[in-house]
Design a protein around this ligand. Structure first.
Ligand code: CA
Length: 512
């Protein structure tokens, strides 16, 4: 009897020790965040001291990619660790099958307390993927920037304020109320800096007197690329009025309330007052420039770029403030040492490169996602990782961090080997991309762009527009901005054939 009691005590000791040593996982996630608007990334145009802190105290991934650079497919790929065709979310209108394997359910079953707060944006609400969830609701799952409505198993509730701070408040409340005997997995998923960009009130001002750098490819003429590229409907110069926060002034709306644009309706009077105070002077200056015929051709395109990028950065500033609150909370609660903190976005974004403000393409700016990771017990401060990683790697990474073995059906690879040895030579050498939201040959969909797939290795990229039997091939070392399609260049024939073969092998490897 005595032996059994001791054995049982020993078992409990092992279990409790195991539970205490497993790291907490805090996944901080945003929407459409370009690498060049995070201070830690080379070529950055702004300061993000709190996001940079994650990279400084941990790792900065400079080659983190998506499997399909658009909102819903990216979220499904992260949850399942699988390419889009395997998890069923190939485009933004695909239905989410919540019954399939997801890392968060498995981690929850292993003794973690799990929660999701913020932007879910899959077609089908969560069920048991997380033990608790509270997601932005309305506007097709996008939610509102101001006074958003949240949906949880208890129903809907509207909260006053700006979505970035509200999601942070809810995340901190969740952390405070958690069962401290268990490790936690919390996903805090923000709406910023997705279009229509409305910064929080305290970040609406600023940047009026400065001009942000313009990407070198802003006036790209697309001369060496497939015709699809120039025909795409994602040019910044085509952005108009409301989406750039160009709208009637308070005085004009007071005289004729019918002209109030829809986005101002989501704000209360205090928020609208702040918005008008920040934007009316800008919009009056804009009108004057138009009246004086000073906004024509390239000058107008550059003006639109500055309006766009300033609101984008103001939204990022608001996010960075809240990331700071979260990191401070971890410090205050002595959670920093044993918490794996990750910051990423569902994809990158063209912020003026090639004249665009969008994602979707396999070109670097949208194919890449920011990825910052702090994990004091595993990652040395100031680590920079240049290896090719993908969003499907996060699920197996989290599983392994929680002491679990990822199932063989998962396509991604746990990142742990390159966290401890960033220059490992045994890491993957190429990655597969598949984008399906482009519509058919007859109708290329809302962005007038074709479906495509491709493969990227550490130097070259091959893209197949298979509906049209057209190809693109880029040498990323000599042409990092992807301006020269070398597919038909004789000297590249060997590399083109090699990557065409690798594309076939890689698809077969995943059964795609
Ligand atoms: Ca997105």
């Amino acid at each position: 009897m005595k032996f059994i009691n001791l054995g049982w005590l020993f078992f409990l000791f092992i279990v409790s020790t195991f539970a205490e040593t497993r790291p907490n996982i805090l996944f901080l996630f945003s929407d459409d965040h370009a690498l060049r608007t995070i201070g830690a990334y080379p070529g950055s145009i702004n300061n993000t001291p709190n996001l940079d802190r994650i990279a400084r105290e941990g790792a900065l991934f400079t080659n983190s990619f998506n499997v399909n650079s658009i909102c819903c497919p990216s979220r499904a790929a992260i949850l399942t660790g699988k390419h889009s065709l395997a998890n069923g979310v190939i485009g933004n209108s695909s239905k989410w099958n919540g019954k399939q394997w997801v890392f968060s359910r498995e981690i929850g079953k292993s003794g973690y307390q799990t929660g999701l707060i913020g932007k879910w944006h899959l077609k089908g609400n969560p069920t048991d993927e997380f033990q608790s969830w509270e997601i932005l609701s309305g506007k097709g799952g996008q939610g509102s920037y101001f006074n958003p409505t949240f949906l949880s198993p208890n129903g809907e509730s509207k909260v006053t304020g700006h979505s970035t701070k509200i999601i942070t408040d809810k995340a901190l409340r969740w952390l405070k109320k958690r069962d401290q005997k268990k490790p936690f997995l919390l996903c805090a998923q923000f709406k910023v800096p997705h279009i229509h960009r409305l910064p929080p009130i305290n970040r609406m001002n600023g940047y009026d007197g400065i001009e942000f750098p313009v990407p070198e490819t802003f006036f790209d003429d697309f001369s060496s690329r497939s015709s699809f590229v120039s025909e795409t409907w994602m040019a910044l110069k085509g952005m108009k009025g409301n989406v750039l926060n160009i709208a009637p002034t308070k005085e004009e709306i007071d005289k004729n309330p019918k002209i109030r644009p829809p986005f101002l309706h989501e704000m209360n009077s205090k928020q609208r007052k702040a918005w008008h105070s920040a934007y009316d002077p800008r919009n009056l200056r804009y009108r004057k420039l138009i009246q004086e015929e000073k906004l024509q051709g390239k000058t107008k395109s550059l003006y639109i770029y500055q309006r766009f990028i300033k609101d984008y950065v103001r939204c990022v500033d608001g996010l960075d403030d809240q990331i700071g609150r979260i990191l401070n909370f971890l410090d205050e609660q002595n959670l920093t040492e044993n918490t794996l903190v990750i910051y990423s976005s569902d994809q990158g974004f063209f912020t003026g490169e090639h004249g665009w403000a969008e994602k979707r393409w396999m070109y670097e700016e949208s194919f890449k996602s920011p990825l910052l990771m702090r994990w004091p017990k595993m990652v040395k401060p100031g680590t920079r990782i240049t290896q090719l990683v993908q969003n499907i790697d996060l699920a197996p990474t989290f599983m392994k961090a929680a002491g679990l073995i990822p199932p063989e059906t998962v396509h991604g690879i746990a990142l742990q080997p390159i966290l401890s040895n960033p220059s490992s030579r045994s890491w993957r050498k190429d990655i597969l991309y598949q984008y399906f939201d482009g519509g058919t040959r007859e109708n290329r969909g809302p962005y007038n762009m074709p479906r495509h797939e491709g493969i990227r290795d550490t130097r070259y990229k091959l893209i197949s527009f298979y509906d049209y039997k057209k190809w693109e091939f880029y040498d990323l070392k000599n042409d990092p901005e992807e301006l020269h399609n070398l597919f038909n260049q004789e000297s590249m024939k060997f590399e083109v054939n090699r990557l065409q073969k690798r594309l076939r092998i890689k698809k077969a490897e995943f059964g795609l």
